[in-house]
Design a protein around this ligand. Sequence first.
Ligand code: NAD
Ligand code: 89V
Length: 353
Amino acid sequence: MALWEEEERMREFRGGLIGCGFFAVNQMHGWHDVEGAGIVAICDRDPERLAEVGDQLGVEHRYIDAAEMMAAEELDFVDIATTVQSHRPLVELAASRRLPAICQKPFASSLDDAGAMVKAYAEAGLPLMVHENFRWQSPIRAVRAVIEAGEIGTPFFGRISFRSAYDVFSGQPYLATGKRFIIEDLGIHILDIARFLLGDAARVDARTARVNPNIAGEDVATMLLDHEDGAASIVDCSYATRLAKEPFPETLIEIDGSEGTIRLMQDYRLVVTGRSGVARKDVSPPLLPWASRPWHNIQESVVAIQQHWVDCLRSGREPATSGTDNLKTLALVEAAYESAESRQPVEPASPLS
Ligand code: NAD
Ligand code: 89V
């Protein structure tokens, strides 16, 4: 169902961004590149961050309180770029003001909170999207396109792997302090990619480790997934892996199918061995004018997911990573922690049942 009458839907949508921290700068640049929407007001409870981002990106309307911004501005949506603790109150506030919302990952730190946000938006009849951008990276989409084309037949095995020793803590110091780290912050993206490529998973068996003594949570996770369509996959993540050439933030992928294989290797090299023979392709993401290596892969995906949001608002389509969809990724995160704790396979919960 389209939300707006035709004329209304063709105008530029007015967004308000909440949380002007480390990652929001990418989102702000992304909004400049997106067609059909722009950010007209920003909010951060930290006046310094507010001033810095407002000055850098040229936004005059600035608020330290999200409720005030929502009341004072004529907004079509809000983009919530804060850390997880504030997601539920901000999303519920936006729902109460009947504002479509994008919320950063991790959507919530519990399935109950996530389910409550999804329920609030379902009752309001409004769109809610989780900013789960990794599946929007062009190399990942290239892999999915090969599977969809039937080039390798029916997939029966996958390995979705993110191994690095990149210092993520200097940009995001909070990552070093939480009881949970790599599955909740990074594994959540990689589990979502596994779902995107091989479908939903019915069981997960996980092991975790903490190698870096200076952080509180786990920095290594190895997960075995049983997908509902019959494939098995290994999702492995590490921030304790020193390699000859640092691959951050590349996700490396192996998919084996009944008719062939896909390999997405370091430096964005894609090799497909399939029905049409062997094909090699460079699937490097473009370096956008405002982007910087090695983050350009993630930065490009920010533009793609935000454009998808605008296209969905216009058409009334449900976003691919809607709140409802993301519950399944979040349920895998929870199941992985439970499995690592019990050392037993765990079936992810069905949060809305
Ligand atoms: P950050 O701490 O640098 O920024 C968060 C900002 O939100 C801070 O400036 C803080 O003052 C502000 N804030 C918090 N609560 C607020 C509230 N109630 N009202 C107004 N302002 C509030 O964090 P970050 O590193 O930018 O991460 C933000 C989110 O983005 C996290 O959930 C993180 O997991 C996610 N993230 C996603 C990606 C990705 O690729 N999708 C990459 C990095 C971070
Ligand atoms: O994407 C993220 O959520 C980031 C990073 C890539 C550093 O893990 O926190």
